[in-house]
Design a protein around this ligand. Structure first.
Ligand code: PAF
Length: 283
């Protein structure tokens, strides 16, 4: 596995691969890798000749600087995991390498980027589009792999790919969960053992709500999910939105769409740590 830190070296390496007719898979990450990332890398390795994993903590997608400062940085451990998964190239550029000038581009794909995370983290998806579009231009992958845990992120990136005409396939990969059901996330390492167990109630409640959806209205399911999670002392729901799985527009009736997803963000613990998850009701 090669470790590459500059765009020039990355491009030179990938040019050689492309000249030999090799396909390229890209797994964009911000590091602090876990089994969820490993599943994306293994999938890319199985579907492409060359797998590039970018490890870049992108400052432009953090609207909260404390959140950025708290984000775990574990490049050595990340490289060991990536090597064991069969990745060919780790691309770990500096902030100056990716942003030699401030990125002034503005991306807007409502409602996908204006609701939920977009509403609570203004500028977040603009930063995601800035860095992902740059990575797509640097790597020119045939396929790019994203975890469905960040369900909204995939919807936004799909719109960007259509808008900018990138010729690549977006491959969404299923959420990987801890034994308790908690969705794997780099942020989980910031939770205490007790908080980690408490956080498992988020997915437990979402799963139960699939049963409630058989007899209750969308509003009733929404309210019960929020009530049940807020009843647990260390948890506080920031939002729960039941939306169309593609446009992410709110749904008010189960018959409104064939693809319906509930997306939640919950604060957990005293710090607190912001956790996201989702459940598919239809589709
Ligand atoms: O999902 C992430 O880790 C990030 O948003 C991404 C796609 C790597 C862009 O920085």
């Amino acid at each position: 596995m090669k470790r590459i830190y500059t765009i020039a070296k990355l491009k030179a390496e990938l040019r050689k691969a492309r000249e030999k007719g090799k396909t390229i898979g890209l797994v964009p990450t911000m590091g602090a890798l876990h089994e969820g990332h490993a599943s994306l890398v293994r999938r890319s390795v199985s579907e492409n000749d060359v797998t590039v994993v970018s490890v870049f903590l992108n400052p432009t997608q953090f609207n909260d600087q404390t959140d950025l400062a708290k984000y775990p940085r574990t490049l050595e451990a990340d490289c060991q995991l990536l090597e064991s998964c069969g990745a060919n190239i780790v691309f770990a550029p500096s902030v100056e390498e990716v942003y030699p000038e401030p990125d002034t581009r503005h991306f807007s794909y409502p409602p996908t980027d204006s609701v939920m995370e977009g509403a609570f983290r203004p500028g977040h998806f603009n930063g995601v589009c800035q860095v992902v579009s740059k990575l797509f231009m640097m790597v020119e992958p045939d396929r790019a792999y994203f975890g469905e845990k960040d369900f909204q992120q995939i919807a936004v990136i799909r719109r960007m790919v259509d808008d900018l005409g990138f010729r690549l396939q977006i491959v969404p990969c299923p959420v990987v969960r801890e034994a308790t059901g908690l969705a794997m996330s780099s942020r989980n390492t910031l939770l205490t053992d007790e908080e980690r167990l408490t956080a498992a109630h988020i997915y437990k409640t979402l799963k139960e709500s699939k049963e409630w959806a058989k007899t209750m209205t969308v509003q009733e399911v929404h309210d019960r999910v929020v009530e049940q999670i807020n009843a647990i002392p260390a948890l506080e729901v920031q939002y729960y939105s039941i939306v169309d799985g593609l446009s992410l527009a709110d749904v008010t009736d189960w018959k409104q769409s064939d693809d319906i997803v509930g997306c939640i963000t919950v604060f957990c613990g005293s710090q607190p740590i912001r956790l996201i998850d989702h459940i598919r009701y239809k589709g």
